[in-house]
Design a protein around this ligand. Structure first.
Ligand code: XLS
Ligand code: CA
Ligand code: CA
Length: 437
């Protein structure tokens, strides 16, 4: 049964097309550097925003009009949404989707019944996968929505909650494996604190590490070979989230000897909440060999919270794809649209327009980023800027032949230091030249 009636398959029609449902820049089969755009970008639809979000906010009710609005039975509704998910991805030529356990199947009164619901819907998804090319990019557990997680999940002060979260993540990992998920994401929903007046931070962090180690052990036990990803976020819902940003997560993983088991899932809006650019977060992951996947969205620079808007800023997508290409491209990861339509964009067709806008902006960003890398102008500038480390005293520094004594001797004879301009504005206009085309 068709759910999004009257909306056909989106196709590439080029930049001149005025068909709002066509791609202007995303041409799935266009080859760039030996890979198709589809393979480079690995787009995914986020189940929670597209099939669960209603447009509710703290001042008003949901506004979204959806084809499944008149279905009241929870399990029938869950099945309908799963069918709609495959139809939606196919119509948009999006190869993947991502979900939380509780997005796809309703929570019941007991964990046993909840797991049964999840099995039933996952079984249905598996069935639908047989006749579809759409795959699961990643699964995760919603261990933050239910009131039992009021003080966190694996960092809760209550050991019963820790145990419950473990049971839930175990099941979510099994479900992800069952559906061929290529990654499993850990976002520390309420893993953080509000005040140190009631918090044993050391125990909470140790427990978070214990929890992740248990997940690593269990993945090995069941033969789940997907990539584990951690998604940093600095605040919201808690005032201080433990997985603050990429650097903090990497430091945490290294402290507990877990770094070889994880990569980072970077969300644009979380980067800006942490006071970083999206590119900064991607670059930190890349230089530490921890680049994993991307939650594609954008925040609003005038607002201090997580607005999860569709990514339409060409500077951001260009620089994100620049970092992605520099990291060698996605392997198991991809571009998951962790983005929701605005409350005022309440019609089903807005779900299409918004994804098309994001896909086109990333496709164009990919092409520009590839050109920047091919031309090598920026790389050359950076290389030249550090050329003092290629010979003489600089070479001695990087090759470990110089210590403070040698450097003091050198500095004593080199009072007249000559620096060169960083040329930021020139480089910004070079970037503009690439973007303007
Ligand atoms: C919330 C997060 C969340 C994760 C998955 O801010 O972005 O949706 O991506 O749990
Ligand atoms: Ca996210
Ligand atoms: Ca977010």
């Amino acid at each position: 049964m068709e759910h999004f009636k009257g909306i056909g398959k989106s196709k590439y029609e080029g930049a001149q097309s005025d068909n709002p449902l066509s791609f202007k820049y995303y041409n799935p089969n266009e080859v760039i550097d030996g890979k198709t755009m589809k393979e480079h970008l690995r787009f995914a639809v986020a189940y929670w925003h597209t099939f669960q979000a209603s447009g509710i906010d703290s001042f008003g009710v949901g506004t979204a009009i959806r084809p499944w609005d008149n279905i009241s039975d929870k399990m029938s509704l869950a099945k309908t949404k799963m069918e709609a998910n495959f139809e939606f991805c196919e119509k948009l030529q999006v190869p993947f989707f991502c979900f939380h356990d509780r997005d796809i199947a309703p929570e019941a009164d007991t964990l046993k019944q909840t797991n049964k619901n999840l099995d039933e819907i996952a079984g249905y998804a598996k069935e639908l996968m047989k006749t579809s090319d759409v795959k699961l990019l990643w699964g995760t557990a919603n261990a933050f929505g239910n009131s039992r997680y009021v003080h966190g999940a694996s960092t809760s002060c209550n050991a019963d909650v820790f145990a419950y979260a473990a049971a839930q993540v175990k099941k979510a990992m099994e479900t992800t494996k069952e559906l061929g998920g290529q990654n499993y994401v850990f976002w520390g929903g309420r893993e953080g604190y509000e005040t140190l007046l009631n918090t044993n931070m050391k125990l909470e962090l140790d427990n978070l590490a214990r929890f992740l180690q248990m997940a690593v052990d269990y993945a090995k036990e069941i033969g789940f070979i997907g990539q584990f990803l951690i998604e940093p976020k600095p605040k919201e819902p808690t005032k201080h989230q433990y997985d603050f940003d990429t650097a903090t997560v990497i430091g945490f993983l290294k402290t507990y000897g877990l770094d070889q088991h994880f990569k980072i899932n970077i969300e644009a809006n979380h980067a800006t909440l942490a006071g970083h650019t999206f590119q900064h977060e991607l670059a930190v992951a890349r230089i530490n060999n921890m680049f994993g996947s991307i939650d594609a969205n954008q925040g609003d620079m005038l607002l201090g919270w997580d607005t999860d808007q569709f990514p339409t800023n060409i500077y951001d997508t260009t620089l994100a794809m620049y970092e992605t290409l520099k990291a060698g491209g996605f392997t198991t990861g991809g571009l998951n649209f962790d983005s929701k339509v605005r409350r005022g964009s309440f019609e089903p067709i807005d779900l299409f327009y918004s994804h098309i806008a994001g896909m086109d902006t990333f496709a164009k960003g990919l092409k520009i980023a590839y050109k920047i890398i091919q031309d090598g102008k920026i790389d050359k500038f950076i290389e030249d800027r550090y050329s003092s480390y290629k010979s003489g005293i600089g070479k001695d520094i990087v090759e470990g032949r110089a210590g403070f004594r040698e450097l003091e001797k050198y500095a004593m004879e080199n009072d007249k230091i000559v620096n060169q301009s960083g040329r930021q504005e020139l480089l910004e206009s070079v970037l503009n030249q690439y973007i303007f085309g």
